[in-house]
Structures are given as structure tokens and as C-alpha cells.
Design a protein. Sequence first.
Length: 543
Amino acid sequence: MNDMTTAFFYIGVPIVLVLLLVLYFIIKKRKTGQVSVNEAPPFPLSLQQITNLSDDLMILCNEQNEILHMNTALQTFFNLGDSVLGQTLQGVLPKIYAALQSRQKTSFQTLVALEKENVLYDYMLKVKPVVYPVFSGYMIYMTSYQEHLQLEKELSNTKTSTQDIIKAKNMFLANMSHELRTPLNAIIGMSELLIDTDLAPTEKDLIHSINQSASILYDIINTILDFSKLEANQMGLENVSMDVSKILEEIEAVFTHSASVKKIDLKFNKASGVPIVNGDPVRLRQILVNIIGNAIKFTHLGSVTVNVRVKNTDRNKVYLEFSITDTGIGFPSEMKDKIFDPFIQEDDSITRKFGGTGLGLPICKSLVQLHGGELSVQSAVGKGSVFTITLPYTIAADNQNYDYKKVVAKPTVSAKILVAEDNLTNQKLLSMQLRNLNYDVNIVENGQQAVEEYFENDYDIIIMDCQMPIMDGFCATLIIRQQEELFNRHIPIVALTASALKEDKEKCLECGMDDYITKPVKIETLHNTLQQWLTAAKSNENR
């Protein structure tokens, strides 16, 4: 029931009371043999005043369509006097009578356009029957539809305004992502390279601090972007084969050092029978890293234990349960739900002491819900917490031969790589990273030069920045792909993008790029991606 219909019913209640009293006078007169068509039943003054309080147009008719009563609002609108009482509705108000002829039920409502002083006004016309043993008729009341239309217009404008705000916010985030990731790319990448050089211990420690701080900033940027995407329902899940055991090994390696420094006993226990599954390894890792990281952060003495088991199975679906138990500071029961609210922590001192955006757990909860899973927590102040995550997955077809991720230390064969990148700092970084991995590198500064190099020289793979002057990476890729159709060849093109938004990644793939790397580029990620596509290209050549 919409707002307008609700309003009709509120008005209808006093009308029914009025009708009952009207009928009382009609019945009384008929019993004394004094009722006739031309003698419309008189209204007591108080009841007449009640009907006149309404701005709706009201009219009461009998079964012969003779008008028995009109309120002041209707008389004023149509400029009618009491002289029309007893006349037929079709004779006095033919347009309203015509609207009644379309009804198929005794009660109905319809929209009518009523004219007053050569101006049309929209009204919602509603009819309710009045049936008693000694009297039958109907009540018509009409409510202005202008307010409803105005409300609809305001709601539409609000919706448009909200959509514009969301679009502007997404554009702002995309731009900020690009602007922040570009310098971070240089800071993280070059500090990684410096750590591997012959530096004094003090210098290495300083470079390590720079790298670590930049990585923390990078994680904060990703956290804010992820929260924004989840809030806008723009987050999607991949569905690839993944070995949960390997993911746990990676996470254990990440936290072993920090747990050791705090003298915390970090234990990972995986029950037997946990299969290789199809799912999103990146998001699973994100959920576990967030919660395990919090457990270590808020534990000063004792242990953090991670358990994984198969909770239950249903045909080819398996429900994996991850529990993270710590002996940390815990939190009171009243905070149980609040910790999953954005930007909420138990008190400000926690933020000052431990840091963080306050978005980690809300993101975890949203990601678990996106999986169709469950996230629960039990905690006690001073005793610790237990977070339990249940996620549904499908069992992978190949549970014997699957290799989660092969990381090759150095390329087994040399490869000639073309890099299209306009930023001078990023050019230097990529050149150093690739040469450090024993690749042969040539760098150009825009898409047009990349296309020219592609035609003039042979390359094994192209690393293509997306945003460049003169010609961007998207246009350059389209030109290369069009030429490949003529010569029946395919060179792998890996996008280099500072945007983490899903639509930008999709745009890379739609224009013909094979893969994408998000800035800041870590040397391991760069190497693994290149090896994947170089190996695939070599396999295709040998067929």
C-alpha cells in the first residue's frame, strides 16, 4: 500500500461514521413515509462541519446516481450550490460519472484529470460502496495527486543526486588511487632493490623501515578502496582452484617474525581431509590476514592458534571452518556487534596505541557475507577471543595434480621485454627490476612508440601502462591486436595500472590485454606474472 492509499484510508474512517449517521436520518424519514429524491437528508451542523474539514472532494450518491450530499471542498472546486442535490451525477459531473463506468468492482480507485478555470488538476478518485437493507449507494472522494507527483519528482531528483554523489565519490577514489599508487610504486620498488645491495647494516635497517612504512600506507589505501567497493556492491569474487594448505603456509610465513618478536606461540593446525577447492584465494587470504593480524596485534602474552577443518559437505560443496583463537586483551560482550561497524574500536586509546583504520573487521564481515558464509566471535576481557569463519566452496575437479603457485627464482630462458611507461621514475624502477631478473628491456614513453616498436622489433612480451600521453595503453593494445589477426600471432600484453577498481581491470581485459599488474609493483609479483605468460607463449609455439 502506497502513501496515497494510506491517506485515503485515514480519511475514509470519519467518512464511514458520517455515512452511518446519514443513513440513520434516511431510515428515520422513510419509516415515517417522508423521504423523497428531492428531499436530501439533512446533515446535523456538527457532521457537516466534519466533512468540510477535509480538503478532499466528497460526494454521496444513491443507486440511481442521484446526489445526496457534497462537501464544501467539492462545491467550491466545481462552483456548485445546494440546488444540484437530488440531480443525477451524470448530469452534474459527467466526467466523474464517466470515470465510474470503467470500474469492474464495487470498490476501486483511478486517476482523473479535473478542470478548474481552464486548468487541469490530477486527482485520485476512490469509490466505496454503502449498502444497508433500506439504503444502497456509494461514496466518492477525490484527493489531489499533485502532492504525490511532487513527492515522486523530489524522490527522483534525490535518487539522481545520490547517484551523482556515488559516481563522484568513485571517480575521486579512482583518481586518488592512481595518484597515490604511482609514487608508492617507486618507493616500495626501489627500496626493495636497495635492500638487496651491499649496504651497511644501519643503512639497510633504514631502507627496510622506508619499505615497511610504504607497504603499510599501501595496505591502508587498499583497505579504504575495498570498503568503498563493498559499500557500493561493486566487489566480485573469483572462482579458481586453490590449495588452502598453501595459503595457510604463506600466511604463517608472513606472521612468523612478528609473533616471534612478541614471543607469542603462533600455531597453524589443518585437519586431514581438507580438499583443494574453487574459490577466491585473494579474498580468503585477506580475511585470514586481517583477523590473524589483529589476534597478534592485541596479544601480549600466550598464543595465537589457527585451526582449519571441514565442517560439513553437501555433494560437491564443502564448508570450511577457520577458527582463530588468541589469549589477547579481549573485549566486553556489549562490543560484540560494534566491532564489525566501520571505524569503531573499543576506545580511542586502542587506535592511538595499535593503529589501524577501523575497517578491517567490517571488511572481513562483508567479504564473508559475499561468500555466503558466517562470521562469529566469542570474547572475554583479559582472556582473549575466538573468531570463527565458515565459508562454502565447491570441490576442485583435480585434487591430486593441482599446484597452487610455482615461484621460479630466475627466468630459465632470456626474454626481450618492451615496456611502455611515461613516468620517468617508474621507467627507472621497472628497468632495474627487470634487469635484476636477467630480462632484456627496452622502454618507450607512450602507446604510439610502443606500436612502432612492436612493428620494428621482435619482443616476447609487452608491459603496457594504461594512462600515457599521445596514445594510451588501451588504444595501443587495440592496434596491436588488429595487426595480429592479419599475421596469426599473439604477443602477451600485461597492463600496468595504478587503479584497483574492478571496472578498470575489466577494461584492460576487454581491449585485448592478457593480464594486469597493479601498482605498486613488487618484484616477486612482476616476475611471477611474466613467467606465467612467457611459459604459456612458449608452450603455444611448441604445439
